[in-house]
Design a protein around this ligand. Structure first.
Ligand code: ATP
Length: 378
């Protein structure tokens, strides 16, 4: 396996009228599993194809191990790619599909090739299928074969392009676990592209979030979840999405009073909380963000409680998602024992340590806590 370094990578199409990837820099450690996520058209596949050598970068460099591979052809890069559509040869058996890549990329003897294919097939639990052709296999089996074909080559780098998108939800979950198991056992360096933030969060050692071809944030999933760098990341990571409310801020005894123009919403931030933010806040407009799981229903009408009406109750088994009329799209995630009906009036509250404030012009998170700051307690 190898470490991978991407520096100021850029890809333009149509003589620069389309910028698919802009100034992307990433350092991927040996054995690290990095997920790349973002909405359709954000540049995920283009990034992966540049890493594979299937697409020539307009500028920037790609280093795999110690070799600058920016201008190295795909077939000369020690990279294996697993695609959404499996890309198996239909007329070859499973064995031949797995052995073919090995023959193309290594100088092993036939006996050694056979040993490695059988060993990998056993690891992937597909040894019973070795004589079958791809059209005799289910989608899940095909993807296991495609994975096995990549693994058997023992490449420096694995690239996954939405490999589980064609599978049903249950199979997707078990294949996710399977890929994680393999990654742990084999210590593979991998870049895994998905549009599914849940998949990216659960699988990645590190998650890289792109939008419009630009890197938004990279970090451990929990770090990105807790400290999103901007409103885009805050809204993209987590399901249901973070709630956002446009607020006006005015000084309030060293802290800030945040009110929405609709008047029902008022929230006081203590001076201690404001003091821990990296940015000095003042009288201004902000977008307040709070995650659905941090909003609770309270009996009290004490400070920092907000009255709202229940629009929809969405039961998801373990929890209920309450859609509330605070804004057009405001959700509280509460226990399934909270029995409410549409039209019920409720009082909401959340902790000041759970809110984020974003600059409405730039989207930047202006409430980022200082490094090593103790947690805010009310
Ligand atoms: P999706 O999730 O829909 O696959 P993506 O994040 O993988 O999207 P890319 O396929 O990398 O996005 O595309 C990024 C941008 O580059 C898009 O605007 C796309 O239209 C454009 N693009 C990609 N390939 C080409 C091409 N060959 N010619 C012109 N534009 C392209």
């Amino acid at each position: 396996m190898a470490r991978v370094s991407v520096e100021s990578l850029r890809k333009e199409y149509d003589v620069g009228s389309i910028v698919a990837v802009s100034d992307l820099s990433l350092e991927i450690e040996d054995g690290e599993f990095v997920t790349v996520v973002g909405p359709s058209g954000c540049g995920k596949t283009t990034t992966l194809r540049m890493l594979a050598g299937l697409e020539q970068a307009t500028s920037g460099t790609i280093t795999i191990g110690t070799e600058d591979v920016t201008d190295v052809h795909a077939k000369n890069r020690d990279v294996a790619m697993v695609f959404q559509n499996y890309a198996l040869y239909p007329h070859k058996t499973v064995f031949e599909n797995m052995a073919f890549g090995l023959r193309m990329s290594t100088e092993l003897s036939e006996a050694e090739r056979e040993r490695r294919v059988v060993e990998t097939a056993e690891m992937m639990d597909i040894e019973e299928l070795l004589e079958d052709k791809p059209d005799e296999l289910s989608g899940g089996q095909k993807q296991r074969v495609a994975l096995g074909r990549a693994i058997v080559r023992e490449p420096d780098l694995f690239l996954f392009d939405e490999p589980l998108s064609n599978l049903d939800a249950k199979l997707r979950t078990s294949m996710r676990a399977e890929i994680q198991r393999l990654q742990n056992e084999l210590g593979i360096t991998a870049v895994y592209v998905t549009h599914d933030q849940h998949e990216a969060m659960t699988m990645g050692d590190r998650i890289v979030i792109l939008n419009g071809g630009e890197l938004q944030q990279q970090g451990a999933p929990t770090e990105v979840y807790k400290n999103p760098t901007n409103e885009f990341v805050a809204g993209f990571v987590g399901s249901p999405s973070m709630n956002f409310v446009d607020v006006d801020a005015e000084p309030n005894g060293g802290g800030l009073r945040l009110t929405s123009s609709e008047g029902e919403f008022s929230f006081d931030l203590s001076s201690a909380a404001v003091g821990r933010y990296e940015t000095d806040l003042d009288s201004s407009r902000y977008t307040l963000g709070v995650r659905p799981e941090n909003v609770s229903i309270t009996d009290s009408s004490a400070n920092n409680s907000i009255t709202a009406t229940v629009d929809v109750v969405e039961p998801v088994g373990s929890d209920n998602f309450l859609h509330l009329d605070v804004t057009e799209e405001f959700i509280a995630r509460v226990g399934s024992d909270v029995t409410l009906e549409p039209g019920d009036r409720v009082t909401l509250t959340f902790d000041e340590s759970d809110i984020h404030l974003f600059d409405p012009k730039t989207g930047a998170n202006v409430s980022t806590r200082e490094r090593d700051a103790p947690p805010v307690t009310p």
